[in-house]
Ligand binder design. Structure first.
Ligand code: CA
Length: 246
């Protein structure tokens, strides 16, 4: 193994885990992306095995959901190649397949997949496996709770509370709060928020960020309660690092 070869940088510890979905059934790919995004992950989907190889060579995600039967290069072969490369040897991989026979399961695990689900599978079960695998591979990414002042965000239950009040947020507002709260005081531009919260592939107008920040603020603060989000004119937004402090 070439020692000089640099590890492909993963996204930094404070941002959302990135998941690559390699699935050629577009309905299933959409369903997975929708559910993973709702859990706060940043998702990228590709339909072909060779396309997946190109993406994986560019930058390693935090986890790969890999269909077995793919056009281009098979999931089995992709998994084998990932395991053969130093920088992706420990990258968590969940294999997805229509084949349920025990021999196939063993074969999938023998090329180094960390876990294995058989179609049709239950989406909540797959989500639980994704969480378990990420927790095992990068525990620092999955601190259960984030809080500041009287505001508390629980990633496990996806609940947000302010004092004794439950705050109901849509998935995007939840993710936005989580993202800002991971780095109190840090000012994010709208482009950075789009990248971190919606994902790089998102082709969304930057004003969308303002709309969601507006909704988040409205949900978080009632009456004269202090607004924990700071607008930095001409730059973007930050979670106010003085929030909850005297
Ligand atoms: Ca397939």
């Amino acid at each position: 193994m070439n020692q000089a070869r640099k590890e492909i940088p993963r996204s930094n510890a404070a941002s959302a885990p990135r998941i690559l979905v390699v699935e050629d059934e577009s309905d299933l790919a959409l369903l997975l992306a929708y559910n993973l995004e709702a859990e706060g992950y940043v998702v990228e989907s590709v339909e072909r095995g060779d396309e997946a190889e190109l993406r994986l060579a560019e930058s390693a995600p935090d986890l790969v959901i890999l269909d077995w039967m793919l056009p281009g290069v098979s999931g089995l072969e992709i998994c084998r190649r990932l395991r053969a490369r130093e920088n992706t040897r420990t990258l968590p991989v969940i294999m997805v397949t229509a084949r349920g026979e025990e021999a196939e399961r063993v074969r999938g695990l023998s090329v180094g997949a960390d876990d294995y689900v058989v179609k049709p599978f239950s989406v909540p079960e797959l989500m639980a496996r994704v969480r378990a695998l990420l927790r095992r591979s990068r525990p620092e990414r999955i601190a259960d709770r984030l809080n500041a002042g009287d505001l508390d965000l629980d990633r496990e239950t996806r609940r947000v509370r302010r004092g004794s009040r439950d705050i109901h947020l849509g998935p995007t507002e939840f993710r936005l709060l989580e993202y800002l709260l991971e780095k109190p005081g840090r000012v994010f531009s709208r482009a950075q928020l789009l990248d971190g919260v919606w994902g790089q592939a998102a082709e969304i107008d930057e004003r969308t960020v303002d709309v969601h920040v507006g909704r988040l603020r409205k949900a978080l603060s009632r009456g004269r309660e202090r607004d924990p989000i700071r607008t930095v004119r001409g730059t973007g937004y930050a979670f106010d690092e003085t929030f909850g402090k005297p």
